[in-house]
Design a protein around this ligand. Structure first.
Ligand code: FES
Ligand code: FES
Length: 172
């Protein structure tokens, strides 16, 4: 395998980044080893468990299956990019409030899959939520609390949108 490193330019957690990677380095290894972003975990390393889920141009991907050179010119968001300083993302808050933080290994990936879903559909149904996290395996407790945590954000979004629509109607 070639030892030559290739330059890539991409946006990582909202910051423009340039980096040199070997052609066989995975996105997961680059994030964990080169950037110390260890929220994405290596479970299976084969696209089966979802522990490494990361947003690649706003879509959830298994970072263990993506080569680092593929992210050239792309935008990558990891679990570390969701919070703003000490202010957690609403999904992270909801996982805490709903006791859905079952283990540190799977939770980051679950949250990233949920984030990708809410980015494209702010009010998903329970079935849509279950489908979105179907690639994120939990072997401990089950999915009830996790689905509730994501549903609660969806319900809040629904209420916000109804209130905004009502306000818009009131001013017409
Ligand atoms: S480590 Fe990537 S899917 Fe399991
Ligand atoms: S949440 Fe990690 S095994 Fe259940």
């Amino acid at each position: 395998m070639s030892k030559v490193k290739h330059k890539i330019s991409f946006v990582l957690n909202y910051e423009k980044t340039e980096h040199y990677v070997k052609p066989n380095t995975t996105l997961l290894n680059m994030l964990r080893e080169d950037f110390d972003l260890t929220g994405a975990k290596e479970g299976c390393g084969a696209g089966e468990c979802g522990a490494c889920t990361t947003l690649f141009n706003n879509k959830a991907v298994n970072a263990c299956l993506v080569l680092a050179i593929e992210v050239d010119k792309a935008e990558i968001i990891t679990i570390e990019g969701l919070s703003k300083g000490r202010e957690l993302d609403e999904l992270q808050e909801s996982f805490i409030d709903n006791a859905a933080l079952q283990c540190g290994y799977c939770t980051p990936g679950m949250i990233m899959s949920a984030k990708a879903l809410l980015n494209r559909n702010s009010k998903p149904t329970e079935n849509e939520i279950k489908e979105a996290i179907s690639g994120n395996l939990c072997r401990c407790t089950g999915y009830k609390k996790i689905v509730e945590a994501i549903s609660s954000v969806a319900t809040r979004n629904d209420k916000k949108e109804s209130m905004n629509a009502q306000k818009g109607g009131d001013t017409e």
